[in-house]
Write a protein that binds this ligand. Structure first.
Ligand SMILES: Cc1ncc(C[n+]2csc(CCOP(=O)(O)OP(=O)(O)O)c2C)c(N)n1
Ligand SMILES: [Mg+2]
Length: 352
């Protein structure tokens, strides 16, 4: 790699793989299962017109989400793209509040005004959910600058998709983060597609983690279908950001099991592609691996299935029973501080 510090695949292959306790593995499995069932329920609720607007699911990315969130401390900050339901759940936000946000109800994470793409929870330090591709990067970089300026030891994690690495803000943000030694971990969740366009068709350097070398930033690629491997790689990056205040670019690879959003029939996929996807399902593989290792038996698996189903059913019922936000609160959360002369008019109201 010459003068860059980007890791070679050989260096990555030597990364130590920790052996977590059986309870931890089962907890990761449960987390992944919750995300899976939650997302399936969201897809169903969308077809029932309970959810409006855009809705992008983490199906296939459960191990990535679980591993990444296991690497963060509660005091760390998280920025994501619009595909963030799983992150909100794994960050510890109640499934009821996440579902209620999808339903646009006042009990939701963003009080019903954000919807699927704009979850925001200060307590969980989830600072969004962004619908503009790459919109989260400059904000996350700014948050890392604020941490650095204040001398804090929090780390900022900024998640994005593979397609986002072709957006200008990606390069501006990485450049500044490297130049100013900011405590930020950029994570590229490479699901192989930006809507219907493959990484190979859109990126001159399809090994996306290597892009960091342009900024002399360290980077690595990890199997995003392996929650433990993701956790280990992310921990290394997070702890380095914390102790040395150095940015890092981590790329995870995992399949996107369904269309870009719930309304995408994914016609660009062949029947063989779809069969291959089913066979590659990370959740099914993880369950099998745990069963073979004697960590998960059929009884526990059934128990977890029932528990998670009840949790998701309860979340959907809670969302359904919750009120819509009052229109009078439409502008309440637009600005953090009062704005002089703030207009509280609705779009159809006269300005003066
Ligand atoms: C600035 C901007 N350009 C285009 C879009 C439309 N758009 C929404 S998602 C998307 C693809 C992004 O793909 P990727 O970054 O790989 O994320 P993924 O959806 O796979 O998680 C595009 C082009 C947008 N929302 N914002
Ligand atoms: Mg993608």
């Amino acid at each position: 790699m010459g003068d860059t510090r980007t890791r070679t695949p050989a260096r990555r292959a030597r990364t130590r793989k920790a052996r977590p306790e059986p309870e931890t593995l089962v907890a990761y499995y449960r987390q992944m299962l919750l995300i899976r069932r939650f997302e399936e329920r969201a897809a169903r609720a969308y077809t029932e017109a309970k959810i409006g607007g855009y809705c992008h699911l983490n199906l296939g990315e459960e191990a990535t989400v679980t591993g990444l969130m296991a690497a963060l401390e509660p005091r760390d900050y998280l920025f994501t793209n619009y595909r963030e339901h799983g992150y909100a759940l794994a960050r510890g936000i109640d499934a009821r509040r996440v579902m209620a946000e999808l339903y646009g109800r006042s009990t939701g994470v963003s009080k019903g005004w954000g919807g699927s793409m704009h979850m925001f929870d200060l307590e969980a330090r989830l600072l969004g959910g962004y619908g503009i591709v790459g919109g989260q990067l400059p904000l996350a970089t700014g948050a890392a600058l604020a941490v650095s300026y204040k001398g804090g030891d929090e780390v900022v994690m900024c998640q994005m998709g593979d397609g986002t690495t072709n957006i200008g803000a990606f390069h501006e943000s990485l450049n500044m983060a490297a130049l100013w030694d900011l405590p930020i971990v950029f994570v590229v969740v490479n699901n192989g597609l930006g809507m219907g366009t493959t990484v190979e068709a859109s990126s001159a350097e399809p090994e996306l983690y290597r892009r960091a070398s342009a900024y002399r930033m360290e980077s690595a690629r990890v199997d995003g279908t392996d929650a433990v491997a993701v956790r280990e790689a992310a921990r290394e990056a997070v702890e380095r950001a914390r102790s040395e205040s150095k940015p890092f670019l981590l790329e995870t690879t995992s399949p996107r099991l369904r269309g870009h959003s719930v309304v995408d029939p994914a016609r660009y996929r062949t029947a063989e592609d779809k069969e291959a996807l089913k066979a590659a399902d990370p959740l099914a593989h993880f369950a099998l691996e745990l069963e073979e290792a004697g960590v998960l038996d059929a009884e526990t698996r059934e128990k977890l299935d029932a528990e998670v189903k009840a949790e998701v059913d309860d979340a959907a019922a809670f969302a359904d029973d919750s009120p819509y936000p009052d229109v009078s609160t439409l502008f309440d959360y637009t600005y953090a501080t009062p704005v002089r002369g703030e207009s509280r008019r609705l779009p159809a109201d006269p300005v003066f």
